[in-house]
Design a protein around this ligand. Structure first.
Ligand code: PEP
Ligand code: MN
Length: 337
């Protein structure tokens, strides 16, 4: 951390700051220029999190050097985290494609889609049983019954399942039935929910908030990791911008940036990022080319009748074609599918 003093700061002001830093166990290096005095703080400056040094008399600016997160960082762990999801590895050389309906609907529909996902080479089945809908009048999901349909699909296909939790009171239910607990964009900063899923080692799929910065996203992951759960998958799902032509703007730069800053696996959701089925395949390919460890894709056998997000759902045949096309991209970037 670098602390810059105002030109009129007194020796007393400077001593006041250095004394406080020493009390906290930090060393200081003072540099007195002609106009300004600067202090370089030596030691783990994160302990200054609760010290508003910028309000100390004479201080002009305080610039942190270290990132505000620790456990999620590459410095903390050099090697990529690889997560074992009931036998499916996420974050290794092999790409992970999670696919399935936006919402779990009837049992037969769920089972049919699961078979198609499996046949096309998908490795994890997705499906929302509890849906965070903008309107209270929209389909809210089947709840517990929906999780049971997913479990039946898992029994028939062997695909592990990922589903979104909305309420910390449902944790036991998700620990029992889901292989990955999804925290959706709307809950990325629901800190109590983050702490709750952080208390177990069940894999968590953390989606980037609607308007979250990379810093906020990584700090949310840090919440989970700091509670002990190391099994976190980050998911870029588009952010809100001024553009209205598509649902969100897929921030693909986030992929290499997150991979550089963190050891956690990063996947991309081109379905919610675009909101349009015809944009899903091009963006899925771009995501893999950009270094994503996998994809989250909405697939529905009858998008016209889907109870949620039919407009962005791929029909199984298109999903199959996409999986074939992705093979070439995967190979080009040294990955397997
Ligand atoms: C979802 O994946 O079902 C979902 C609701 O996505 P998001 O939280 O990214 O909007
Ligand atoms: Mn959806």
């Amino acid at each position: 951390m670098i602390i810059v003093f105002k030109p009129n700061a007194t020796e007393q002001d400077i001593d006041h700051v250095t004394d406080r830093l020493r009390e906290l166990g930090l060393k200081t290096q003072i540099s007195r220029g002609e106009e300004r005095t600067i202090i370089g703080v030596i030691g783990d400056e994160r302990i200054l999190e609760n010290q508003p040094l910028s309000v100390f008399p004479g201080v002009e600016s305080v610039t942190p050097i270290l990132a505000p997160w620790k456990l999620v960082s590459r410095e903390f762990q050099k090697d990529n985290t690889v997560i074992d999801v009931d036998g499916v590895l996420v974050g290794g050389r092999r790409l992970t494609v999670m696919a399935g309906p936006c919402a779990v609907e009837k049992l037969e529909i769920t089972l049919g889609i699961a078979q198609e996902v499996k046949a096309a080479g998908g490795s994890i089945l997705r499906g929302g049983a509890y849906k965070p809908r903008t309107s209270p009048y929209s389909f809210q999901g089947l709840g517990r019954e929906g999780l049971d349909y997913l479990l039946e699909a898992k029994r028939q296909t062997g695909l592990p399942i990922v589903s979104e939790i909305l309420d910390p009171r449902d944790t036991d239910l998700f620990l029992e039935k889901a292989d990955i607990i999804q925290i959706g964009a709307r809950n990325m900063q629901n800190f109590e929910l983050l702490k709750e899923v952080g208390a177990y080692d069940k894999p968590v799929l953390l989606k980037r908030g609607l308007s979250a910065t990379i810093k906020e996203f990584l700090l949310s992951a840090e919440y989970i990791l700091s509670r002990g759960n190391r099994n976190i998958i980050l998911c870029e799902r588009g952010i809100r911008t001024f553009e209205t032509q598509y649902r969100n703007t897929l921030d693909l730069s986030a992929v290499p940036v997150l991979k550089e800053l963190s050891h956690l696996p990063v996947i991309v959701d081109p379905s919610h990022a675009t909101g349009k089925w015809n944009l899903v395949s091009p963006m899925a390919k771009a995501a893999i080319a950009a270094g994503a460890d996998g994809l989250l894709i909405e697939v529905h056998s009858d998008p016209e009748c889907a109870l949620c997000d039919g407009e962005e759902s791929l029909k199984p045949r298109r999903f199959k074609d996409l999986m074939a096309e992705l093979q070439k991209i995967a190979q080009a970037v040294g990955r397997e599918l």
